[in-house]
Design a protein around this ligand. Structure first.
Ligand SMILES: Cc1cc2nc3c(=O)[nH]c(=O)nc-3n(C[C@H](O)[C@H](O)[C@H](O)COP(=O)(O)OP(=O)(O)OC[C@H]3O[C@@H](n4cnc5c(N)ncnc54)[C@H](O)[C@@H]3O)c2cc1C
Length: 421
């Protein structure tokens, strides 16, 4: 493929991995990114750090529709929809609810996405080693924690589906929990440890290192925003940017939640929305979990990072432009303090770092990976919602295979962008 030029649009985790895989396949690569690679504008910067191959359950599950009034009435609930955004998001929301209407649908989604997530910690470790930052990827498992077994059993459907797609776990009683997590609040008396899970110690720094590695291997990074494509006779001629045209043989749209207009410019009208999320981080924390945790009552991840103890979560459907509601980050902070009584109380605001980011979310919980309608030379690679970090290695490999018109190593049919046509 030497000589062929691929333009990768967006340097979040998906674009960064795709650029490296395209280089491995022998392409000349240019990355377009107006911000810092892996910078705060990217969802890849502030996420929960989980490399969770068991995250196969889509956000929409049976019976979720009954909670929609609550989502609208409670702006601080774990899932909230802004009233002002409802008219615009209603068609997406209907699709979202229908996608998780029955357990059979949830299982079909889980079966489709599992191959995209499997082995993710090992694949990330390989990428990190290539970029000289192997220490950023750890594999100590991931743990879900509950006050009692009844709470775990209230999620029986999700665990049943996980079991069916081959996910295994260890169940921990109160004593085992205490031994493993001595600083955790005693109200948590039941845990589920998924040993195949891992985490990244600093996703922003990791993405930056992958992009630097791509540059070291010959990729060019251009700090410009892509705006569209020049396609003639079904073949890509150039990617359009705010600073003029970049001639290209192939292009990959990996601009996360900002990909919808670019996909439309390549003929694919896909229902991409954003589920906004938040983190709160304590840079000076001295106590916390041994293993990354997800408390049932908080619906957030709690993970040590190189920048501090981070808790990340919340889903807010309010679009790309609305201002953040920092009360949501305060809810995460307060829950973290309740989960670890040894953390200092009354923290001054400058000792808590907060962040809001945009998950790129398709209504059916599956990403778009595949050719654009207007040209097979333009590939879509976005819409990973809650699992973009864990799914990035296999996405990058699938995209590289598609660039070369090879069969990807995993089934990608469920991710075809034309499924919404
Ligand atoms: C609170 C929270 C917690 C999360 N926790 C996890 C987790 O634990 N594990 C997990 O796997 N996933 C998690 N996610 C999801 C994950 O972060 C995302 O799915 C993933 O980061 C998406 O990566 P991306 O590369 O597609 O997009 P992004 O990281 O958003 O990157 C897109 C890039 O494209 C650039 N861009 C935008 N427009 C243009 C343009 N026109 N031209 C050029 N460049 C452009 C942007 O500047 C940005 O840098 C979480 C998300 C949030 C918000």
């Amino acid at each position: 493929m030497s000589g062929q030029h691929v333009v990768v649009i967006g340097a979040g985790i998906v674009g960064a991995v795709t650029a490296l895989e395209a280089l491995s396949a022998g392409y000349r690569v240019t990355i377009l990114e107006p911000g810092e690679p892996g910078g705060e504008q990217a969802a890849s910067y502030g996420n929960g750090c989980w490399l969770s191959p068991m995250s196969v359950i889509p956000p929409s599950v049976p019976g979720l529709w009954k909670k929609v009034p609550k989502f609208l009435m409670d702006p601080l609930g774990p899932l909230a929809i802004r009233w002002s955004y409802l008219p615009r998001v209603a068609p997406w929301l209907v699709r979202y609810l229908l996608a998780g209407w029955t357990e059979a649908k949830v299982e079909a989604t889980a079966r489709a996405i599992r191959p995209l997530l499997e082995d993710s910690p090992a694949l990330h470790r390989d990428l990190a080693r290539r970029a000289g930052v192997e220490r950023l990827i750890e594999r100590r498992g991931l743990m879900y924690i509950y006050e009692n077994r009844a709470q775990f059993e209230s999620e029986a459907m999700a665990w049943r589906v996980r079991r069916k797609v081959g996910i295994e776990w260890l169940e921990l009683d109160a004593d085992e929990m205490r031994q493993r997590e001595p600083e955790l609040d005693r109200r948590y008396r039941f845990g589920v440890l998924v040993e195949e899970g891992g985490h990244c110690r600093d996703p922003g720094a990791y993405v930056a290192a992958l992009v630097e590695q791509a540059q070291a291997e010959g990729a060019e990074l251009r700090r410009v925003r892509a705006t569209g494509f020049r396609i003639e006779g079904g073949r890509l001629k150039a990617v359009l940017t705010e600073a003029g045209e970049v001639p290209a043989d192939k292009a990959v749209i990996s601009a996360g939640a900002y990909s919808r207009k670019l996909a439309a410019a390549a003929g694919s009208d896909v229902p991409l929305e954003t589920e906004r999320g938040y983190h709160a981080m304590l840079p000076d924390a001295q106590v916390g979990p041994r293993t990354p945790l997800m408390p049932f009552d908080g619906k957030m991840s709690v993970t040590w990072t190189d920048r501090g103890l981070r808790c990340a979560g919340q889903v807010e459907i309010a679009g790309l432009d609305a201002a953040p509601n920092w009360k949501r980050a305060e809810i995460l902070r307060d829950h973290l303090l309740r989960s670890f009584p040894g953390l200092p109380r009354d923290l001054p605001p400058d000792r808590v770092k907060v962040w809001m980011g945009h998950r790129p979310s398709m209504p059916d919980g599956l990403p778009c990976i595949g050719p654009a309608a207007a040209s097979p030379d333009v590939l879509l690679a976005f819409g990973h919602g809650h699992v973009g970090l864990v799914a990035a290695p296999r996405t990058g490999r699938a995209v590289a295979a598609m660039l070369e018109r090879r069969a990807p190593e995993i089934p990608v049919e469920p991710f075809r962008p034309s499924r919404f046509a």
